[in-house]
Design a protein around this ligand. Sequence first.
Ligand code: NAP
Length: 491
Amino acid sequence: MSAHYDAVIVGAGFGGMGAAIQLTRLGYDNLLILERESDLGGTWHVNHYPGLAVDIPSATYSYSFEPNPNWSRLFAPGHELKRYAEHVADKYRLRQYMRFNTVVTGAVWDTDHWVISRRDDTTVTAKYLLTATGFLSQPKKPDIDGIDTFRGKIIHTADWDDGYDLTGQRVAVIGTGATAVQLIPEVAKVAAELTVYQRTPIWVSPKLDFPVPPAVRRAFAALPLTQRIARFAGTAVLELLMVSGVLHYKQLRAANRIGELWCRAHLRRQVRDPELRRKLTPGYSFGCKRPTFSNDYYRAFTRDHVNLETTSITWIDESGIDTADGRRHDIDVLVLATGFDLWEANFPAFEVIGRGGRSLGKWWRDNRFQAYEGVTIPKFPNFISLNSPYSYSGLSYFTTIETQMRHIDRLFTAMRRRGATEFEVTQEANDAFLDRMTEKLGDSVFVLGQCATANSYYFNPHGEATLLRPSSTVNAFREAGSFPLDDYVLT
Ligand code: NAP
């Protein structure tokens, strides 16, 4: 017989832990958190490539109810995020619910509960199912001819080999996304030769980063209000950037232009060679892709042993890479900074079958990618999908997490008050939300800007930018605490 739980949460990253904290606050303690990886922390457990750091100010990139006065820098290095995740798990006693190295392969709604299957062919059942499987969790290996014949070392940034030394090696990096922006300057410091294969350039802003002085850390610890003010300031700046430069592009085109000019000036300051500058300048509007921050990325390309290659790769053989113009680079190490398979692998991360046999993945593909308030879907009772279309609100993932915790709080409190144990969002509420988001998206850079050449993962396979919620984080947070309860059938 399957073990039965009040709730099964899939994913032990910050999203899954936030959901678990919320459920324990609501009085649920018969929980199970299933995690594919060998430890908690999600992205911050999996990623440990050189240069890894958060690119949102740390006072903001953390739970508001669990401030950490010990961040060493304004933008903390990755290992501090992992330590913070461990601290949260310990403090909120979440480890007791976690099972690692457990891959969930599917979930089926059966009359009044979920049946969750695991790769080891065992099942568990639960009244509620919450998925917090992340967006950036399935590394993408590029489909380049001959890549499997390469005899040297291949490393994906999401599977970094800490024991492998790049010193003195001829290294190629494929990809110039946010990960590559952090990694490339570090590789350039040690490699004998570095060739970066760029398909699409990225807008890079200066990073106003500095160590947090011990006196400030002590002040944060003694007077938490001071850190709350720092958090508020960080959130406000990010929100301004997002709302004015990206979401309200129609009304505030100049703000978007300022973002672009700011990055262009940064590039001009760091790169004197006009040809190199031209290659590094994106041909799409600022904000079509997630903006990134670095003080040493552009400069790395000015070093003699670093080459920027913009001709497309035709072939990889056992010892090097050929490009379409007939040139070739022999290399020892191939680093894949090629990001993640977002839409195919994560929407949803495993097969979810709801009421009447509806398959979530098929339904999203046959219709449009959608979820009410970015969390629930009609015909999927007692299911909270934390990484859904329109779920990501603002630039810091923690804004999203806490908004969703609030939604869970309101929904489950209402159920308890009405003596209900089952919820399902109505089709009408879902449709109205989708219409509203579609209309708001019409003002954004994604619809009105030049995003065609951005290759941005914000866009789903239907060509709609449905990853981010096109409203302010304030609006999302307010709605999470005040959505009409009639939008759900509670039984
Ligand atoms: P990404 O933004 O998807 O970038 C992948 C890169 O690989 C792109 O430049 C892409 O080119 C290139 N690429 C993929 N397949 C290719 C192929 N077959 N041939 C040539 N080039 C190929 O992935 P990422 O850099 O890992 O970043 C993903 C996200 O992670 C970021 O947007 C950010 O949200 C997050 N992140 C956050 C932090 C942080 O500090 N918080 C740090 C790193 C990453 P195209 O653009 O042409 O597809």
